[in-house]
Design a protein around this ligand. Sequence first.
Ligand code: WT7
Length: 635
Amino acid sequence: MEEVLTVKANINENDLKALNSSFDNDYLGTWANLAKENIFFKETFNEILDESDKPHYKWFLGGKTNISYNCLDVHLKDKANKTALIFEDELGEAQTLTYKELHEKVVKFSAYLRDLGIRKGDRICIYMSLCPESIIAIQACLRIGAIHSVVFAGFSAHALRDRINELEAKLLITQNAFIRRNKKVELFKFAREALTENQSVTDLILFDRVTGDTELDEDTNALKKSLDIKIHKPIQDLLADKYADIQNLTTLEPEWLESNETSFILYTSGSTGKPKGIEHGTSGYILWAKLSTNWVFDLKDEDVYWCTADIGWITGHTYVTYGPLANGATQVIYEGAPNFPDKNQFWNLIEKYKVSIFYTAPTAIRAFEQWGLEHIEKHDLSSLRLLGSVGEPIGSETWKWFYENIGKSKCPIVDTWWQTETGGIMISTLPGVQTAKPGIAGPALPGIHAEISEDSLLHISKPWPSMLKGIYKNPERYKKAYWSLIEDSYLPGDLATIDEDSYICIGGRNDDVINISGHRLGTAEIETALAKHVSVLESAVVAIPHKIKGQGLVCFVVSNNNSGDLSNLLTAHIASEIGAHAKPERVIACAALPKTRSGKVMRRLLQDLAQGKDISGDISTLEDKSVLEAIKSRI
Ligand code: WT7
């Protein structure tokens, strides 16, 4: 039913055939050629893939490059005056930056970081909203070889503190506040709280994103006094005579990193209580960020690309901060929520900036559908030519709604499957060649060996350039989590099926990871958070289907608190331990959890109960059947 692209696509049928046969004939040689053609190496690599320490595979060994150089400097000759970023916030403040302007700001900020004593390998936490300053900060870290770790601005002070501590970060870059859903989110306040048990942070960089708010300024000043680390304000500092040298800087020689040196660490949830610090390297990562953006989104020089992901997640890294810039694209970035100032906001922006490629998440699409067509129909969306979906299964109904109502039945949809660990898209149709099947992601991209085992486990049977380096400070967990089930194959943790056209349909997870609005959360992580509360003796967290968010959480809690206020108390507690996105749909107090004789919680039963279903399957291993009846009476 879906059309393939009518304009000449970056990858057409012949290109695809040629690419696939090249990979079949010489897998490593093909990657090496792609790397040489697409990435600027200061020093070329001397080995394509080193497998000696697998699964810590090393790509393009000995090559020296810099990601920021490949995102910015490479465009200064031909695209200096092309718009790189078009930014808007909820209040309608707009800003555009050309490649030349963005490069200059990154150069100055890099010099500023160096002046603060930041060096290659230092870890820097970035706790900011999606705005030009956060992208500049990330690019500057890359330029000087400092390892950045972005902590999503929706994460709580506790979550930020845990990440800072594990990383032993030296610097925290944050902002006074930003406006989201018409409310002030005071990031500096959370940052201040996160630094209470801080051992490592010596300096904090503070951007004043919100100005002219005296109350906020007073709060910020008071908090600043209570901190015994150095606080720097680059916007004000860089105007001072002391920084005259930096004010005039227009270039800065980047730190040339070996291909496998770490560029960033991004935390994601797994099946234990503690999030994993996913570590990405340099050359292989930027190669795939650049290529996959070009192939999947079919980026052309005249396109206006908009990916709605936040920089706090991997999509906001690969397909906002790196891929589009490496391709010299013009992109829109928006700081606010889709329904503020009102539900027309996204369509206003698409119409205003003539967005041609729009990449978003099923949760957002389901919300648009619920908000109604009246918001969409009054806008001219004819600039759109390609749509994308990411983060969770889109399902055929939502797919069709997106295709018909946003794409007006003329834009292909790319349903892209990938994860934090894979660095870039692994499975998707290519819009110029392959017709999408609604609700099914598509074939593996050229060069990616995705396979499905007999028991439906999706796995990648050959290493690929943008694969994670490992889990920060935890090589054992890396091996166990991803490489222990099928020999020499990477296991993402998803279940899938494959059809006769080699299209892969993703069918949920194989572990206790749940997906709320496209955000990954481990049930064990929520249980660990709950266990920290004095009222909680024991808990079990399960997922239920949710109309908008895809999945929602239900927490079964054995508590010593019968006050009736337990639900509010624990919901607030989870928000403070993790972040508001982890808030449960329901907290159900119960006298005991259903367990096997060996003491294992029978989640399957709780899952049924949480969905209001009759208990299905075998309950013969259940130790005390009365427990189920007692819980039922609470639902
Ligand atoms: C998990 C990865 C990929 C960037 C955003 C999330 C699920 C991702 C799809 C898709 C069905 C998907 C998988 C995956 N997922 N994309 N197109 N269809 N499921 O990154 O937080 O690392 O989560 O999201 O379960 O493993 P992440």
